[in-house]
Ligand binder design. Structure first.
Ligand SMILES: Cc1cc2nc3c(=O)[nH]c(=O)nc-3n(C[C@H](O)[C@H](O)[C@H](O)COP(=O)(O)OP(=O)(O)OC[C@H]3O[C@@H](n4cnc5c(N)ncnc54)[C@H](O)[C@@H]3O)c2cc1C
Length: 398
């Protein structure tokens, strides 16, 4: 994987150059996706037998850090093109499901994960989207929102309550659906109905999807190993890898901001000397470096625990610490640039807007704290019953 890390470093300057363009025009970075695909940076974690590289989580986070220093948006594509939905499918999918997913991702697709709904955010298991079996297929009905890549992704992993003959939920299952947004070719009953106007990561669509009697063949249902009743915990365990990837993006952005600030302190002069000579600013820089380094250590610790998914407590700790640290570090870097940092002459204002997301999406800081505390205390926490983090059943079993 040394070659892939070298490729990431080679591509980073061009990603940095184009980052403002995607942000300002709110467009998906297809040009970057093509470069990633040609360099073999999409689908690296897919097994070699299916055309991937069998890359480890540690390999991926090292690459993500380099790309995140240049362009947060592109780093998200690398994370979702290697972890998250694709990891779940490779772990639990049938050979046919894996083949469908591998082909799309290796050709540059970033799969979309459809969990969140207007009434089910942190409390994900309270989702209301249903999948009703009719003969050899399921009919899916419901609304998903904040779906990253909705309207550009070709592969969707949709989570829904599987409804039995009496109208009761058997548990939550995952369903693979493919489409071709470039040709406006969606299956009947699959509609992209809206896009959020976000603060940062502006080139990435965050879409609302409506499903109306969307037909999915039964063989496209992802079956969790422990069965439907408690299976969501299995399926969602795969997202611990995505969580470590998200932490690596936040840390990479913070590392990039620290590098920029270090260079600027030596070139900017005030009061007849480089501002690097002011001890107050040196201490800010030292704290920034310490925060980035601690984040990296926690991320690598979590990544090394992957077997096949990383330890959930280590993953939660890494994302919690790295996301909160990155907001502070990028904010401090912006401060060190003075007025210049507040303008689009520098990328800091964009990096700040981008990085703000990571304490919210993919497990909020509050939910991650609750999960960590639940692990330390070995307690079932009533306020998170119904949410997927922590899963009281799984916690009790540990
Ligand atoms: C940019 C972005 C991309 C996203 N992409 C996807 C995607 O691709 N697919 C997808 O399915 N979802 C996606 N999401 C949704 C994301 O996972 C949810 O936003 C997240 O789970 C939080 O849900 P919520 O926004 O509804 O907040 P809520 O759950 O309504 O929470 C509101 C506040 O209450 C706090 N809170 C909630 N419950 C508790 C509790 N038990 N204890 C303490 N505090 C609590 C939260 O931390 C938060 O501060 C994305 C979100 C963002 C911002």
């Amino acid at each position: 994987m040394r070659k892939h890390l070298a490729e990431a470093k080679r591509l980073a300057p061009q990603f940095a150059e184009r980052a403002a363009h995607w942000d300002k025009t709110r467009t998906y970075p297809w040009e970057n996706v093509q470069a990633l695909t040609e360099a073999g940076l999409m689908g690296m974690t897919i097994p070699k037998a299916l055309g991937g590289q069998g890359a480890s989580l540690l390999n991926v986070v090292e690459i993500v850090e380099e790309i995140a220093k240049a362009c947060t948006l592109t780093a998200r594509i690398v994370v979702e093109g290697n972890l998250g939905a694709i990891g779940t499918i490779m772990a639990y999918g049938t050979e046919a499901q894996k083949a469908v997913a591998a082909e799309l991702v290796l050709a540059g697709d970033k799969p979309a994960i459809c969990i969140s709904e207007p009434e089910a955010g942190s409390a994900a298991t309270q989702m209301q989207t249903t999948a009703r079996r009719v003969g050899d297929r399921f009919l899916i009905n419901g609304t998903k929102h904040w779906i990253t890549g909705g309207g550009v992704s070709r592969l969707y992993l949709i989570f829904a309550q599987v409804i039995d003959q009496n109208g009761n939920s058997e548990g939550i299952g995952g369903f693979l659906v493919t489409c071709d947004p470039a040709q406006n070719d969606y299956p009947q009953g699959f509609q992209v109905v809206g896009r959020e106007h976000t603060m940062g990561l502006c080139g990435m669509p965050e879409a609302t999807l409506n499903f109306t009697d969307l037909e999915v063949p039964a063989e496209m249902m992802l079956t969790p190993p422990s069965g439907l009743a408690h299976g969501f915990a299995d399926l969602i365990a795969a997202y611990n890898a995505q969580r470590v990837g998200a932490a690596a993006i936040a840390m990479g952005v913070a590392a990039g901001a620290t590098e920029r600030a270090t260079a600027y302190l030596k070139t900017r002069h005030q009061f007849g000397r480089p501002i690097a000579e002011f001890q107050g600013l040196q201490w800010m820089l030292a704290d920034m470096d310490a925060g980035v380094t601690a984040s990296r250590l926690m991320i690598h610790d979590a990544a090394r625990s992957a077997d096949p998914f990383p330890d959930r407590t280590k993953s939660a700790r890494a994302k919690l610490f790295a996301s909160e640290t990155a907001i502070k570090v990028v904010n401090d870097a912006l401060q060190l640039f003075g007025a210049r940092g507040y303008s689009d002459r520098e990328p800091l204002e964009r990096m700040y807007r981008d990085v703000r997301m990571f304490t919210i999406g993919g497990g909020s800081a509050q939910i991650l704290r609750t999960q960590l505390a639940g692990h330390l205390l070995q307690m079932k926490t009533p306020q998170t019953r119904g949410g997927y983090l922590p899963d009281p059943l799984r916690l009790a079993a540990e």
